[in-house]
Design a protein around this ligand. Sequence first.
Ligand code: GCB
Length: 638
Amino acid sequence: MATMSISRLLSTVLPLLAPVALAQDDQGSLLDVEQPLINLRPQRSSYRDLINLDGLWKFALIPEAERNATESWSEPLSTDLECPVPASYNDIFVNQSIHDHVGWVRYQRDVLVPRGWSPDDRFLLRAESATHRGRIYVNDRPVADHQGGYTPFEADITDLVAAGEHFRLTIAVNNELTYETLPPGEISVDEYTGERKQTYFHDFYNYAGLARSVWIYSVPQQHIEDITLVTDVDGDTGIVHYDVEVANGSGTRVNVSLVDEDGQMVAECTGSSGELRVESARLWQPGAAYLYQFQATVMDASDDVVDSYTLATGIRTISVNGTKFLINGRPFYFTGFGKHEDTPIRGKGLDESYMVHDFQLLNWIGANSFRTSHYPYSEDVMNFADRQGMVVIDETTAVGLNLGIGQGPAGPETFRPDAINNVTQTAHKQAIRELFRRDKNHASVVMWSIANEPAAQEDGARPYFEPLAELARELDSTRPITYANQGDANFTADKIADFFDVTMLNRYYGWYEQTGDLAAAEIALEESLQGWEQTYPRPIIMSEYGVDTIAGLHAIDPVPFSEEFQTEYLEMYHRVFDRTKAMAGEHVWNFADFQTSIGVRRVDGNKKGIFTRERRPKSAAQALKSRWTARNAFGWSE
Ligand code: GCB
């Protein structure tokens, strides 16, 4: 796709999430209950209620011997252990068997359904993430089972609970990774201890648990279950194409309006789909967010309002033109990082203090964007990015699809029946559907990354990725799609690059190759960039470049691991970027140091952060700040 402009895509509204035939595990198939559609993120209004169930929950490991006794998992838990939600459980307790557990755990708490909830409404539970599989029980009844650790899932519990009454809520969570999950992994039994061991092919710790909020909420029988907004610009006029889906909607009417930041209604329309036009629209711009509130109201046959929903929307366009990535028609240059959801103690648990502080640091250093490497981030982060004018490359959790990484042709093949196979592909499709459905309305999301560093040099990568790229385009043709390319699949070897719109490269010349030799690395980097530019004349974003750096380690000669080396390495990359016409952005790996699995290459995690895990700057932070803040404001690259 040479030029991509925002088009009306209401005909390609995302299909509803049907339950997918995911791989069976040794406990048989996913539960025999109908999986509900994933509604819009719940919110409170005059027609809906919402109660947050975060806090301390009872917690226990499920011993391997009880793996198949699933009916006993919901029994009342007698334990002294209490685990905070949201948080990964691994680092909370001083207990190695919890930290290293491979298998199921369970969380349990009592829930009181508010006395005032109407028996005419529907009651739902929503877990925003259970890494990597979550099974919900209401008292003894299993009500939901979901695979995929970074996207939300729900259960309709209307028929099982009653207003004013308590119920026992149990969520069992499984952290196992296999070739049938994303990310993939392998489980083996240790020959000496008989313990089950989890290995995986990605470079961040396999934190698990309920890392995001859990909610109970009510909606009217006739309620808004989904909204799709696509924005466009025509001269000074902003256009919001909309589509509102109403559950049990027969006989209902929909009214919509758009309200600006001063509370003024600037456009309105009737009908469940259509377009709103705003004269002299304020655009959502990187670094200068402007959000309108899209308000949808549903009336029943007697013209009584039965439901309403409000969604923030930023009017903006995205397109790719030649080697330029355009936001609102202007070339945009990405500055920023690949990040992780990772903090001490809490693991991948959402922490609003870290979230706000991280955005403060991004702003301080002159970053206008980040990639949600290597999984969908919390919806709170996405909403905050919308409000802060932070540009996001939104990535699925397809990381580690590369079994012979860095080993060249001698390494094992990745795409084969007993490794990354059709079942993995089915899970990957589902991961794309769930991410796109969840994040399609975010102004901040300007591009989808459907994988990180797959073995794109293998023949098998082509049949694996072609249907995924097609699916991504079918679901959303308003945003470019991309994937993060790894060096083994350089421009002559890559077999999938033509499926995508933008080239994203992860490169470590001077670190994993030409280690410590920045002169040689500079030549290798330039060769690679020129090759990509000539072979695929389109925007190039360096989506990873970085070196492990021990905060406080200084050296006269810049040697690897010293703060001086990190700074010189980045300066070398920047020199080359500035000589490359197709460069459209630079994302340093990584924003902050983060935890990884144990391995001889990692001492207490990956240290490629520009900030430490506690968010203290290493010296390279100042160098980056000078470069990025000296650029045109917010990355405009004219
Ligand atoms: C990569 C991966 C990232 C790793 C990084 C590294 O290419 O995409 O997940 O953490 O390299 O530091 O090795």
